[in-house]
Design a binder for this molecule. Structure first.
Ligand code: SAH
Ligand code: F3S
Length: 484
């Protein structure tokens, strides 16, 4: 999940998360999250489950009774980062001897019991579908046993749990709509760590959004590994859709419909979604976006490579030409649409020509943003088992730099198009560089900073754009937008 976003640049960010705490809760939980936005959201679900068990969150590692690290397996580097964090916990545990340490998320699922052998500090290993079992597992830990639950589920969507918002700005929040992925891209560990794809009941999605809107949240990002493949037909695995009753099939809700329901029911709320998969994205989704002003005109549309040979080896279910046609159609329906990519360079067998094809595709689309990676072989994936990771490190590095440089050029080209325009911005926080400036994003997801004046967090403001870098727009507010 995009690693949602623009949202998370390197997509491997650790963060101690805190929330409003309850007086009656006596135990302290330190929870840290790496990887995609889905992990961040899962940590909020875990905090909600443990809140009922008497845990408040803390940002101070040293005072924690329980330390949980929600992990990412997407690239080797993500796993190395977590291992280093475990060493830090180890040092703290030498002083705070009763502290328990648990590993959640994708590494837990991938390594299972092996984690307990490899990292002596770990007391608890819990996969992404087993968080409701945490109270039982903690009991086992307190009785002196190691506890592991890495069972993947056909049903679990945590639709009945109201996440505790962690480190929230009070303005924007994530709501998960699908879990797992059925796509089996040959390089990707996600289908193994997060299981088969399931969708969440639209009613529970709308209820959660209602709770957020009542608390004055202004922007909701719908999350899934592959949101376009959302399909609600009463629950269960997506692959079992054909076995569902005729009635269930006839009344099924797809992603375009879900998006329409959300945007219609909450007309003052901004909606974003991530991640889209080109093979599953229907033009219905684009038409729904065009219909609603409150659905942001931004699609994270990973392509991974511009070469047909690579797309095939990656088991991406579309060609370069099909992708370009989809992009043409998107720009035709919504000319101001902003697009971003995920790109992998140096995949098995990638030739210089394949790499040139990637650069050429980027020149064609001129993405607004991009998240670019050197291929990292993952154990257990088809590429890991069957293909040769044969591109030398130096070549991967050089190709990655070329892709990054080109993206930067395109990003600048895109931000320049905003100069002189007046655009609606939702104020999300104080600018990191200047405490007298607000930061927010326009509909295209581009960050805009401007002097605070008397505007407040959560206001929708019209900002005249005067300046730009490749990543940020600068301007001056000219008044409230009509969305307030
Ligand atoms: N559909 C998902 C993809 C998750 S992985 C989503 O929600 O975004 C995020 C990105 O990490 C992928 O799009 C891909 O570009 C990159 N990635 C995945 N596996 C990788 C690997 N083995 N090596 C390098 N990059 C990888
Ligand atoms: Fe991974 Fe491909 Fe799914 S990148 S998350 S298997 S769409």
């Amino acid at each position: 999940m995009e690693y949602v976003e623009k949202v998370i640049d390197e997509k491997i960010q650790g963060k101690a998360l805190v929330t409003e705490n309850k007086r009656q809760n006596t135990k302290k939980l330190f929870i840290e999250s790496y990887g995609c936005q889905m992990n961040m959201n899962d940590s909020e679900i875990v905090a909600a489950i443990l809140d009922k068990e008497g845990y408040n969150t803390t940002q101070i590692l040293e005072e924690a009774d329980l330390v949980l690290v929600n992990t990412c397996s997407i690239r080797e580097k993500a796993e190395t980062t977590v291992r280093k964090r475990l060493q830090k916990y180890n040092a703290v545990k030498k002083v705070n001897k009763t502290m328990k340490v648990g590993v959640l998320g994708c590494m837990a699922e991938r390594l299972k019991e092996k984690f307990l052998e490899e990292e002596k500090i770990v007391d608890l290993v819990v996969g992404p579908d087993a968080y409701k079992d945490l109270p039982n597992l903690l009991e086992e830990v307190h009785e002196g046993r190691d506890a592991v639950n890495v069972i993947l589920s056909k049903e679990e969507t945590y639709g009945d749990i109201s996440p505790v918002r962690l480190n929230s700005n009070g303005v924007s929040a994530f709501v998960s709509i699908t879990r797992g992925c059925d796509n089996m891209c040959t390089f990707c560990v996600v289908p193994f760590t997060r299981g088969r794809e399931r969708s969440r009941d639209p009613k529970s999605v709308l209820n959660e959004i209602k709770t957020m809107v009542d608390k004055n949240f202004k922007e909701i990002t719908l999350l899934g590994q592959n949101v376009d493949s959302f399909l609600w037909f009463g629950g269960g695995l997506k692959k079992d859709f054909k076995k569902a009753s005729e009635m269930a099939q006839a009344t099924a809700v797809d992603f375009a419909q879900l998006l329409d329901m959300c945007a219609t029911e909450f007309p003052k709320t901004r909606f974003r979604f991530s991640t889209s998969n080109p093979q599953d994205m229907s033009l219905d989704v684009i038409h729904t976006m065009a219909k609603h002003k409150n659905i942001c005109k931004y699609i994270h549309l990973p392509v991974q490579s511009g070469s047909n040979a690579m797309l095939k080896a990656m088991n991406r279910q579309h060609t370069r030409e099909e992708y370009m046609k989809l992009v043409d159609n998107i720009y035709k329906i919504i000319p101001e649409m902003s697009l971003s990519q995920d790109m992998i360079v140096g995949f098995c067998g990638e030739t210089e020509q394949d790499h040139q094809d990637t650069l050429e595709l980027m020149n064609y689309v001129k993405y607004d943003f991009g998240f670019m990676f050197a291929y990292s072989e993952r154990p257990g994936t088809l590429a890991g088992n069957k293909m040769d990771d044969d591109i030398p490190h130096a070549v991967k590095k050089r190709r990655l730099q070329e892709v990054i440089d080109l993206q930067q050029k395109h990003s600048l080209h895109r931000t320049q198009q905003h100069l002189g325009k007046t655009e609606e911005v939702l104020i999300e926080g104080t600018s990191k560089k200047n405490s007298n400036e607000w930061k927010g994003r326009n509909t295209q997801n581009t960050v805009i900073v401007f002097p605070k004046e008397n505007y407040k967090l959560g206001d929708f403001v019209n900002v005249k754009i005067e300046n730009c870098t490749s990543a940020t727009l600068k301007g001056t507010a000219v008044g409230y937008s009509d969305n307030n």
